[in-house]
Design a protein around this ligand. Structure first.
Ligand code: HEM
Ligand SMILES: *[C@@H]1O[C@H](CO)[C@@H](O)[C@H](O)[C@H]1NC(C)=O
Ligand SMILES: *[C@@H]1O[C@H](CO)[C@@H](O)[C@H](O)[C@H]1NC(C)=O
Length: 366
């Protein structure tokens, strides 16, 4: 409906993307090999004194052990972890898929599982979030469904929200390679009843965003520059397609030119890959690194190999650039990512009996 409110290039890109294949599996490497370099995970609080954190608005009444009384004698977090790890073992791209799902969910109407809602079967009903162009490669819906079905059975009641399941499964899928939980997930989110494609377009920054647009988009969610840089580190995982960067590579200012902020040799490599088809899959963190959750994204960013303008933009502000440098260190990055994920996961959450509902099925409102 509100296509005109987004940047024309994003819409064009999305059309390219739809043509491409979305089911490329490209990880069959050893997932365990990175676990050795891990620091203490899950220390959500007390990191970084320069961090505008612990803002109550962002935790929004969430808490640990939220389901202890409503689903007694069941380890809800363990169940989510077991199912998620089963799938993550078989599908190494699950971490990327769920991380993107969680980000989109939280940026659009808060972390309320609005991204999970299927379109209504009623004629002429408006499009839902998952149908909007920025959805692109979001997937992993089946894993969420499986977890939900299991928890309905274990708890003998509808108590665990779909929004909490997304937050937990995301943490667990990313944590799989480390075989331990990388951040804490305070719980108690309730599920929203509204999902609108136009909200996704209005709230999700486009990959052609400059620094100021990104900073403002994150600030609108109570996330500061340090959160922006830390959360952008999610682009150490996963893939995109040539169509998403076609303008950057082939027609940056409309004169058949290339974005000068990409390292020239890397730009040539990308152009060679993309000339054949805009559906060609590209790793966001190149050279086989997109399957590992680590600080490598910041290293390639400093080599001017960030895939999107929105990645490269993190170097155009001196404070942001200093954080990019800091996060080249795994320990610093993991700690900051943990802090920022807790904040992201608290974005405009619905809590308390009067807000939202606990869905019986994640794809439909009750
Ligand atoms: C800073 C603004 C951001 C922009 C403009 C942005 C944009 C994008 C775009 C355009 C893609 C490619 C999608 C596709 O080709 O289908 C992508 C992929 C991805 N994004 Fe972001 N993103 C941003 C921040 C984030 C954040 C905060 C997270 C999570 C915390 C995240 C997680 C991911 C992941 C994991 C992928 C790879 C998905 C896959 O492999 O399927 N992004 N992002
Ligand atoms: C994503 O959005 C496109 C429209 O831009 C739609 O055709 C596609 O089905 C959507 N994906 C999902 C999973 O709904
Ligand atoms: C490049 O951009 C210009 C200006 O937007 C446009 O007129 C031209 O058709 C584009 N070229 C290609 C090959 O898409």
């Amino acid at each position: 409906m509100r296509i005109e409110s987004t940047s024309p290039s994003l819409v064009t890109f999305s059309l390219f993307v739809l043509v491409g294949t979305l089911s490329i599996e490209f990880c069959n490497g050893d997932l365990g090999s990175f676990a050795s370099s891990v620091m203490k995970p899950g220390k959500a609080k007390g990191q970084g004194k320069d961090h505008k954190e612990d803002d109550p608005k962002n935790l929004g009444g969430l808490k640990m052990k939220f389901y202890e009384s409503s689903c007694p004698n069941v380890d809800v977090e363990k169940i989510v972890e077991t199912i998620t790890w089963k799938h993550a073992g078989a599908n190494p791209s699950l971490g990327a898929k769920l991380l993107r799902m969680h980000f989109h969910d939280c940026f659009v109407r808060g972390c309320d599982a609005s991204i999970l809602l299927d379109p209504s079967t009623k004629k002429d009903s408006p499009q839902v979030e998952k149908q909007s162009p920025p959805n692109l490669s979001v997937s992993g819906y089946e894993v969420i469904d499986e977890i939900k079905t299991r928890l309905e059975k274990e708890c003998r009641a509808t108590v665990v929200s779909c929004a909490d399941i997304i937050a937990l499964a995301t943490r667990d899928a990313v944590s799989f390679q480390f075989q331990k939980r990388m951040w804490e997930v305070p719980l108690g989110r309730r599920d929203g009843r509204i999902s609108r494609a136009s909200d996704a377009l209005d709230n999700l920054p486009s990959p052609s965003s400059n620094f100021q647009i990104l900073r403002d988009a994150f600030a609108a969610k109570n996330l500061d520059t340090r959160d922006l840089v830390a959360l952008s580190g999610a682009h150490t995982l996963g893939v995109t397609q040539c169509g998403m960067i076609a303008t950057r590579l082939f027609n940056f200012t409309g004169r058949g030119d290339t974005d000068p902020s990409i390292q020239p040799a890397y730009a040539n490599t990308l152009k060679a890959k993309c000339r054949g088809s805009f559906g060609t899959v590209l790793e966001m963190d190149p050279d086989g690194n997109s399957k590992f959750f680590d600080s490598h994204y910041y290293k390639i960013l400093n080599q001017k190999k960030g895939i999107f303008e929105s990645d490269a933009a993190l170097l155009t502000d001196s404070f942001s650039a200093s954080i990019v440098k800091e996060f080249e260190d795994d320990t610093k990055f993991f700690a900051a990512f943990a802090t920022s994920m807790v904040k992201l996961g608290g974005t405009n959450v619905l809590t308390g009996k009067n807000e939202g509902e606990i869905r019986r099925q994640c794809r439909f409102v009750n």
